[in-house]
Design a protein around this ligand. Structure first.
Ligand SMILES: [Zn+2]
Length: 950
């Protein structure tokens, strides 16, 4: 409850009592205008008055944004929209924001709008370019200069000086990435106007010395849903923390917040656009604008920092942060700080495209209200790096008060003033920043020549378990602009070679080496801590610690992406596919069924040999398929086939391709989105279902397999979903909410599946269905009693941030077909589960290679004196000395608590079964190596494990 006195006090600070701040004190780092005699344009006093009225405290309104230049010919946000940026209650859809920038571009030659890309839902992504007329006229020339600085191999140091003397820093501002952080697209309209028309020293200097490029709404699909959500649902709600969901349940078609965790996959249209912009412009800085931390956090991070970023880059984070804090403090803004949020380790954030390519990636977190409303916000519970955000620290010398009365305009003031400070720094330190960028490239190149490794070799298709993943790895590295050669001669022909004497050497090492995160790190990591691509994709990669690699003569530069295609060998009527857990098998089988109804497939339950060829368990036997279909499977899906005269004599079961449902909740849709993305990429057909499908029941009539992707929360949350008290809450396309209802709609997103939904899930499994649960969603099967043998396994000290770890098969199962007995998976912090000893056969894959101790208790009282057989022949312990380390890449604390615990369980339930993962094998489209564990569960859904106890 809000004390009335506070509200009243806040109201009294409103415009009526407003005093102008101290006489204009320009930003500390501003310098003399290059054209000091320029006539100053008139100021738009009406705009300034509205800004003052929308600002809740004079201390939140620095001079830099307290005024706005007037223009006869160029429309201000007020002229165009009828309201200032950050006006109370106002939020604009993408098309309106874009229309404003296009109006600016029509009105002044200092602004240009480029169309960059189209999103999954068909919206445009644009880039706004701002500079003075001379610069705009020669914009391609300035881009070319940056391209030259990016490659020191073709630009020796003596020539570099001339290029640096001529080049201009390009500064890339990225807005609207996280949809409920709604202020930046609005702020950027005002910033662009100011930079285009302002004639005061700062504006003119930035315009003439810096090329500012702006992606104003980098997630347009989410922006438009969120604006509808705000205008229709959250606008006018009297309290901010009232439990009502502030975010639309969906942003883009697939992911929400993870749109900023896509820099290694480059999977979503918005990430592809960010990368295209980066490679086209080579900006010195990519600056991402977020709004989740009070009042303005300027990124550096607590560390540990990524060990492969050049020290110059890490130094630039500090320099820019301290510039911004000092400038904003001088301008009178409280609550600006650095360090204690975020770490600086994981390289897959959107802005890391810059850090990974020798430039500077950084971000602001300002404080947003997820809309245009003004709220009294309670900061007393917010802590970062162990300290309240209101405490005075070395990195936060002027903290905010425990409560702040905060408006949308306050957020705009902070963000815009901060960005102006950064741009001013770039304008006044252009030469240093350009030198630094060039030098990082020089350093990276030199490290490749003088330090190990000097190269990486990715053995060719023929020498790897899954050639399609090899092609994927090579292509992903190419998308990161890492140069790759292919060997053309001798035994090594076909191997891929990444020589590290190249400008993006640091990135290649970052992506291909293992991570050793310091176990002594004082603060928990911000996200995953390992990303070794070879391990995530199941591809062998070898480091070459020998400079002779620079003299290999049989290297041929790859000019394009690579593809692996298989062939059909022989001419018999039966086709055999050696199964090595290739992701393409499942979609190929679906395709075959569509193409030729008469064709059949079976899965061999044991290894077999035909002629010279050996086929492991899980291999596929195809009959009655025309030769054309076989050729297509081999060629299009990269699955080589051996034809035979007859079906080999091996125990097998028929493939009966299932009807698949993929479930999503309405309170945590993201990992279900990644799962859908994975299915869509591979072309695996499925039906998306939600709580209402579960409630309606009769699931077995519609589906054979139900996949519940990872979702967070307790069992309570999984059952009850979004708070019923807020219902009915439609997520539907209507004239009032034209952007809601995609990718899925619901007349009421509140309530969850409820107990009726749970009962329907149990009936589905009882009746022969297969329920697959991933990571935390395993709670839904275990804690509800659907899989009664599964129960939570508590841990005390285990700390398991996302790392690549070793796992070992405990019991042979179709779910592990194609995988070696010991392999790796990616695992993050998530609950563990266990089965009672009598049901140990349900544990098919365990963490670590060390098996549990055999229950050898020595002599047994009362037992006749004889040599007893081992009690559990499957759990015989090997000698421990030879165990391989549990962690392959990353770090785990308290690993003794997880070694031997279950990674995958297969639990029979009446006629069906539950396949429960305690890690997420479909994590962010990253761990391709583990995807086939899910495909195995789907292909072999009708193989129900025998009950160990009857
Ligand atoms: Zn954010």
């Amino acid at each position: 409850m809000l004390p009335f006195a506070i509200l009243l006090a806040a109201a009294l600070q409103q415009p009526a009592a407003y005093q102008q701040p101290e006489p204009p004190l320009r930003q500390a780092s501003s310098v003399q205008s290059p054209t000091p005699n320029r006539r100053r344009t008139a100021l738009d006093t009406g705009y300034a008055r509205l800004v003052r009225e929308a600002t809740t405290d004079p201390r939140f309104l620095p001079q830099a944004v307290a005024t706005l230049p007037a223009s006869e010919s160029v429309p201000s946000p007020l002229k165009y929209f009828g309201s200032i940026a950050g006006a109370p209650g106002v939020m604009h859809h993408t098309k309106d924001i874009y229309a404003y920038f296009r109006a600016l571009a029509r009105a002044t030659p200092r602004v240009r709008v480029d169309s960059i890309a189209t999103t999954e839902e068909g919206r445009q992504i644009i880039l706004v370019v701002i500079a003075d007329e001379q610069t705009m006229h020669s914009i391609d020339h300035y881009k070319a200069l940056m391209r030259r600085l990016a490659d020191p191999r073709t630009l020796p140091a003596d020539s570099a000086e001339a290029v640096i003397g001529e080049a201009k820093p390009i500064y890339y501002l990225n807005g609207g990435l996280h949809s409920p952080e709604m202020g930046s697209p609005e702020m950027l309209t005002e910033l662009a106007y100011r930079l285009a028309v302002g004639d005061d020293s700062t504006d003119a200097m930035i315009r003439s010395r810096v090329i500012t490029i702006i992606n104003p709404v980098s997630e347009p699909d989410g922006r438009d849903k969120q604006v509808d959500w705000y205008l229709h649902y959250t606008k006018g709600r009297p309290k901010f923390d009232d439990g009502f969901p502030r975010s639309s349940p969906f942003w883009g078609r697939y992911v929400l917040h993870d749109n900023n965790r896509d820099g290694l996959q480059i999977s979503q249209a918005l990430t592809k656009a960010i990368f295209d912009i980066y490679y086209d412009w080579h900006p010195l800085v990519m600056h991402d604008l977020h709004e989740s931390v009070p009042l303005l956090y300027v990124s550096t991070g607590t560390g540990p920092y990524n060990v492969n970023n050049d020290p110059i880059i890490i130094g630039q984070w500090q320099v820019l942060a301290n510039n911004d804090i000092t400038t904003l403090s001088a301008a009178g803004l409280p609550g600006v700080w650095t360090w204690a949020f975020f770490d600086g380790w994981w390289p897959g954030y959107g802005m890391w495209v810059a850090n990974n390519h020798n430039a500077v990636g950084r971000f602001f977190e300002t404080f947003g209200n997820a809309g245009g409303d003004t709220y009294l916000r309670d900061l007393s519970g917010e802590r970062y790096a162990g300290a309240p955000v209101t405490s005075r620290e070395w990195y936060r010398s002027w903290p905010p008060t425990k409560e702040v009365y905060w408006s949308s305009r306050d957020n705009v003031n902070y963000q815009e003033t901060g960005v102006l400070a950064s741009l001013t720094y770039a304008a006044t330190n252009a030469s240093t920043m350009l030198h630094d960028f060039y030098q990082v490239g020089v350093n990276s190149l030199a490290r490749g020549r003088t330090e190990t490794p000097h190269a990486y070799v990715i053995p060719g298709f023929a020498r790897q378990r899954d050639p399609r993943r090899v092609a994927y790895l090579v292509n992903q590295l190419e998308r990161q602009h890492i140069e790759i050669d292919r060997r053309t001669a001798g035994d090594s022909a076909g191997d891929f070679v990444i020589r590290l004497d190249q400008p993006y050497r640091d990135l290649a090492v970052n992506l291909l080496s293992t991570q050793s995160y310091p176990s002594t790190a004082q603060y928990p990591p911000y996200d995953d801590i390992a990303w070794t691509l070879g391990a995530l994709y199941g591809v062998q990669v070898h480091a070459v610690n020998d400079t002779s690699v620079f003299h290999w003569t049989d290297l041929e530069r790859l000019a394009d992406t690579v593809a692996y295609r298989g062939a059909v060998r022989g001419a018999g009527p039966v086709y055999l596919l050696a199964y090595r857990a290739q992701s393409e098998v499942l979609p190929a089988l679906f395709h075959l069924r569509e193409r030729d109804r008469a064709a059949t497939a079976a899965v061999a339950e044991h290894a077999f040999v035909v002629g010279q060829d050996s086929f492991p368990a899980g291999s596929v036997i195809i009959e009655r398929a025309p030769a054309g279909a076989a050729k297509e499977i081999a060629d299009r899906w990269g699955l080589p086939l051996v034809s035979a005269d007859r079906v080999p004599n091996v125990q097998r079961h028929a493939v009966d391709l299932p009807r698949i449902a993929v479930y999503h909740s309405w309170y945590d849709t993201q990992d279900a989105g990644w799962s859908r993305y994975t299915f869509d990429q591979l072309g695996i057909p499925y039906t998306s279902i939600d709580k209402d499908d579960l409630r309606r029941g009769a699931l077995r009539k519609r589906f054979d397999v139900i996949l519940v992707p990872n979702m967070n929360g307790s069992l309570d949350r999984m059952i009850n979903g979004v708070d019923r008290d807020f219902g009915p809450l439609p997520f539907e396309k209507t004239s009032a909410t034209p952007n809601l209802g995609t990718p899925f709609s619901s007349p009421d997103i509140t309530g969850g599946p409820g107990f009726a939904g749970l009962e329907a899930l149990r009936a589905f499994v009882d009746d022969g269905g297969e329920l697959i649960t991933l990571e935390t969603s395993t709670r839904l099967a275990a804690e509800s009693g659907i899989a009664a043998e599964l129960s939570p396994h508590p841990t005390r000290t285990l700390f398991h941030p996302g790392s690549v770890v070793r796992v070992r098969m405990r019991h042979a199962s179709p779910i592990l077909y194609g995988f070696p007995d010991t392999t790796t998976v990616f695992r993050g912090n998530a609950p563990l589960f266990e089965v009672p000893p009598r049901d140990s056969a349900m544990l098919i894959l365990q963490y670590g290679t060390k098996l549990p101790e055999a229950t050898d208790t020595g002599a047994i009282m009362g037992e006749p004196n004889k040599a007893a057989p081992p009690r559990d022949s499957t759990a015989k312990s090997k000698k421990h000395g030879s165990e391989e380390p549990y962690v392959v890449s990353g770090m785990v604390r308290g690993e003794d608590e997880i070694i031997g615990q279950g990674a995958i369980f297969d639990v029979p339930v009446r006629k069906g079964h539950v396949v429960a993962f305690t890690f997420d094998p479909l994590h962010r489209y990253l761990n391709h190596h583990e995807f086939p564990m899910v495909w195995n569960a789907i292909i072999n859904w009708n193989v129900v494990p025998p009950r160990s106890t009857q």
